[in-house]
Design a protein around this ligand. Structure first.
Ligand code: FES
Ligand SMILES: [Fe+2]
Length: 441
């Protein structure tokens, strides 16, 4: 039985901010191939920005830990007795051995595999062999793992290697509050994929910074997602983070037919007890009808989190590119993380993460993910090389150009990108990188 929701419509959509002034810095091929440029990115950018280190649900109890590799560093994050999470460089302060091997686990103390120094959960040395044999004094209680900034927000554990970094929410200004309605805390990571890809990390993030490629790489989306730039909102913030508000639940202005209901919009409508034939001839009205129906029926079907969302968020995709390398696509029924990270040594490779998180809906045991249905439970980590298994239909389409673009960007014949207005987020992304490496940030 459905419950009538008496809330008034909530169509509120805030306007886009004034666009930043772009300098027009050239986007040259060496940015994607050069070891010198890779080293500059590491020294001046990666070591100064906030990173997602993992999924907080992996750390429910004090002593639970995760590790995360970024560049040639490994970061250890440990749940503390007071519920906070502390982060350390994953290195033993005795003689520099890697302290923890493996992705995650639980520990009362961390024991180095070389001379068995032990560290408590707060990173303080608590036991050593021959404590009386140190001319500088017993290291216990004195020598610590090297700590870095760590915060938990949005269901993620974040870290920053810069001791002078601003707090996370300040770094995420102004987008952090925009995420709050999606209740990311408490969602379940039902897909957890990591692939090594033969392209520079920026090729993948460039792709997530524009929707100009949709008609070419994802033509089938136009039957239920707006991919025309004229009807899409692009928000570029001074902080370097971006949002694209893309309508869903209607055929695109670019679609083969803007008036007829095609697959899968017909199935979406039927799921919400709407008759697809009643929208033939005016299919773009389906979006608002879906919003109203989800508002009416959602709570009764267990989608309590719909109550927090604005009407547009019930159908639309709010796609964020957070500087420098996190892409989050928010929808009413789950959110997706797509993240290319730099390879430890090779500028022409990267490490690509694809996670999908869904709200817990009572009675549901399965979740629909970008690779099809998966159990509604925390997923195992699948690690592979690009091409060995699917990264999801749409991500596979995106990555289908990555290797070819890497080849082209190596060419002496490529001088600079020639961008559309709707690719301004690509330009802005590269100018932000330049701001870091040229000392303006
Ligand atoms: S290097 Fe870790 S105990 Fe010696
Ligand atoms: Fe794409």
């Amino acid at each position: 039985m459905s419950v009538i929701n008496t809330q008034p419509p909530r169509p509120a959509v805030e306007p886009s901010p004034p666009p930043p002034i772009l300098r027009g810095d050239p986007i040259t091929g060496n940015r994607y191939t050069s070891r010198d440029f890779m080293a500059l990115e590491w020294e001046r950018m990666w070591t100064r920005v906030w990173h997602i280190g993992g999924w907080a649900a992996d750390l429910p109890q004090p002593g639970d830990y995760i590790t995360h590799a970024i560049g040639q560093e490994s970061i250890l994050m440990v749940r503390q007795e007071d519920g906070s999470v502390a982060a350390f460089y994953n290195v033993c302060p005795h003689r520099g051995n890697r302290l923890v091997h493996g992705d995650l686990g639980h520990a009362k103390v961390f024991t180095c595999s070389y001379h068995s120094w032990q560290f408590d959960r707060a990173g303080t040395t608590c036991r050593v062999q021959d404590p009386d044999d140190f001319p500088q004094g017993n290291p216990c209680g004195k020598v610590r793992l090297s700590a870095i900034k760590c915060e938990v927000w949005g269901g993620f554990v974040w870290f920053n290697m810069d001791p002078n970094a601003p707090p996370l929410r300040q770094f995420l200004d102004p987008v952090a509050p925009q995420f709050d309605k999606y209740s990311m805390d408490g969602q379940v990571r039902v897909l957890y994929l990591t692939a090594e890809v033969n392209c520079n990390w920026k090729i993948i993030h460039d792709n997530f910074n524009e929707s100009y490629h949709l008609p070419t790489l994802h033509p089938e989306l136009s039957t239920f997602i707006e991919d025309a730039y004229q009807d899409t909102m692009f928000d570029l913030y001074a902080s370097g983070h971006n949002r694209m508000r893309m309508k869903g639940g209607l055929p695109s202005l670019r679609a083969h037919s803007v008036t007829d209901v095609a697959q899968p919009l017909d199935d979406i409508l039927r799921t919400w007890d709407l008759d697809p034939t009643s929208f033939q001839g005016h299919a773009r009205d389906a979006r608002q009808a879906l919003q109203q129906q989800k508002r009416r029926l959602g709570t009764g079907r267990g989608f309590a989190h719909y109550d927090l969302l604005d009407d547009d968020q019930l159908t639309d995709y709010h796609h964020y590119t957070l500087f420098p390398n996190v892409s989050l696509t928010m929808s009413a029924d789950g959110f997706q993380l797509l993240r290319p990270q730099p390879h430890p040594t090779d500028p022409e490779k990267c490490i690509f993460d694809h996670w999908f998180m869904v709200p817990v809906v009572p009675g549901q045991t399965e979740a629909m993910t970008p690779v099809g249905p998966r159990p509604l439970a925390e997923a195992e980590h699948e690690i592979f090389k690009h091409g060995e298994q699917t990264l999801g239909f749409v991500a596979d389409q995106d990555l289908s150009i990555a290797v070819g673009q890497q080849l082209g960007l190596r060419s002496r014949g490529f001088k600079d990108a020639y961008l559309t207005g709707q690719e301004s987020r690509v330009r802005r992304f590269h100018e932000m990188i330049n701001d870091y490496i040229e000392g303006r940030r």
